[in-house]
Design a protein around this ligand. Structure first.
Ligand SMILES: *Cc1c(COP(=O)(O)O)cnc(C)c1O
Length: 419
């Protein structure tokens, strides 16, 4: 039994308002199964991590094989083939300026590493810069550093006095892009920031807010002109979610630093990487040991997680993954179309495989009273959706079928009646 009798404290869960947790016994493809055999469609890829589908056989096999020979090794002074395969494979896929791969084990830690790389660069070249510029509504993780560069709000109000101050540019809503560019230009000119960090094309936890590639490209141009590092947090947008392998591709943007995690192992095991340019690596490369990049986690580049990631990279070599992705983009576009002039919804939107729409309510926002009701309603229909307040989004694994999508959107259509 789980629920009140369990000692477990679950993430982002208000136990006083939540009933029993749903026990999941196994998962396959786009489905979760309870011990009683109830089948639930995973319409949010288990918090955006599962790309190809749960328990992909190639990834499962790679994990099994690796676990039998080397399942953990200190990564300072040692290396192993799975990590080398992941690093070499990544360099073939990412924008060309990214040359060095630092491993960690979650999206948050990959962002912490990115911030430390940027700050370390300016420190090591003897021209220290301390400020980070971020975008309104951004989310970069739940550690103190990543909360600092994220939006302030209900998620971090209790810790706010301890978070470091950052520069902020407004979200580029359609028609107000110039405000964003002007704010970024001014922050770059007046504050001499170390870096600008941004989620390319889609801001995830901040409400699935979307902006076009041209805006991303212009923000990169502004940072380049001001000699400010551009950090792309592709923790959520990476691995096909926006229709291309990485979101930056659509804007032909090469970041100075990029963070990848969630789909890196196909969603099988925790792992993250932070990639950087030669310039940033070179500022830490020195006979002077004080210039070392002082960062590690105990499980840096865990071999089993790396084997899962290497298997995932191999899957991306297979053209059929690209076709499936293109099919899903078309199916999602089609599915969302009928909501575009439905007066119960606003801001009906899609980028690649991700769709989102805002149910019109009086108390919009993350704490909208409709949020938990929606979630419960979807659960009753065996659809796992987790709205961000009144914002409902669909981010399925790539193996989802048309029938599954029909069930998901039928549930959304019916749920609008709750408002
Ligand atoms: C999920 C997420 C993170 C944090 O990743 P964790 O693995 O949960 O620590 C960071 N940035 C973005 C854009 C994310 O969506």
């Amino acid at each position: 039994m789980t629920g009140p009798s369990s000692p477990i404290w679950h993430p982002f869960t208000q136990h006083a308002l939540h009933g029993e947790m749903t026990m999941i016994a196994r998962a396959q493809g786009a489905y979760l199964y309870t011990p009683e055999g109830r089948r639930i469609i995973d319409a949010i890829s288990s918090w955006w991590v599962v790309t190809h589908g749960h328990c992909h056989p190639d990834i499962v096999r790679a994990i099994q094989t690796q676990a039998e020979s080397l399942n953990q090794i200190i990564f300072a002074g040692q290396t192993h083939q799975a990590a080398e395969d992941v690093a070499a494979g990544l360099l073939k896929l990412v924008p060309p300026n990214l040359k060095h791969v630092f491993f960690s084990d979650s999206g948050s830690t990959s962002v912490e590493v990115a911030l430390k790389m940027a700050l370390g660069y300016w420190h090591n070249i003897g021209a220290p810069r301390r400020r980070i510029v971020t975008m309104e509504h951004s989310y970069h993780g739940d550690t103190v550093g990543t909360m600092s560069v994220g939006a302030r709000g209900v998620f971090n109000a209790a810790y706010e006095p301890l978070l470091f101050d950052v520069g902020r540019v407004p979200f580029p809503h359609p028609g107000s892009e110039q405000r964003t560019f002007a704010a970024l230009e001014s922050a770059c000119r007046n504050d001499r920031p170390a870096a600008f960090i941004v989620e390319p094309l889609v801001l995830g936890a901040g409400g699935m807010l979307m902006y076009p590639p041209a805006v991303l490209r212009e923000m990169k141009r502004i940072c380049d002109a001001a000699d400010v590092f551009f950090i792309a947090d592709e923790v959520m947008t990476g691995w096909g979610r926006t229709g291309t392998l990485f979101a930056c591709e659509q804007a032909q943007v090469t970041p100075d630093i990029a963070c990848y995690s969630k789909g890196l192992t196909g969603g099988a095991l925790p792992l993250a990487v932070t990639l950087c340019s030669d310039e940033i690596y070179a500022a830490h490369y020195s006979k002077d040991r004080t210039k070392t990049f002082f960062h590690s986690s105990s499980y840096t580049a865990n071999p089993v997680a790396c084997a899962a990631a290497a298997a995932n990279l191999k899957l991306w070599d297979d053209e059929s993954v690209q076709w499936r992705l293109a099919d899903l983009v078309a199916m999602q576009d089609n599915a969302i179309a009928k909501f575009r002039d439905d007066s119960r919804f606003a801001n009906v939107r899609r980028t690649g495989t991700i769709t989102a729409l805002d149910l019109k309510v009086k108390d919009a926002g993350y704490l909208a009273s409709i949020g938990p009701k929606l979630q419960a309603f979807f659960a009753e229909r065996n659809v796992l959706l987790r709205p961000l307040g009144n914002t409902i989004y669909v981010m399925p694994p790539y193996c989802v079928t048309q029938k599954d999508l029909d069930d998901i959107y039928d549930a959304i259509d019916a749920a609008a009646g709750l408002a």
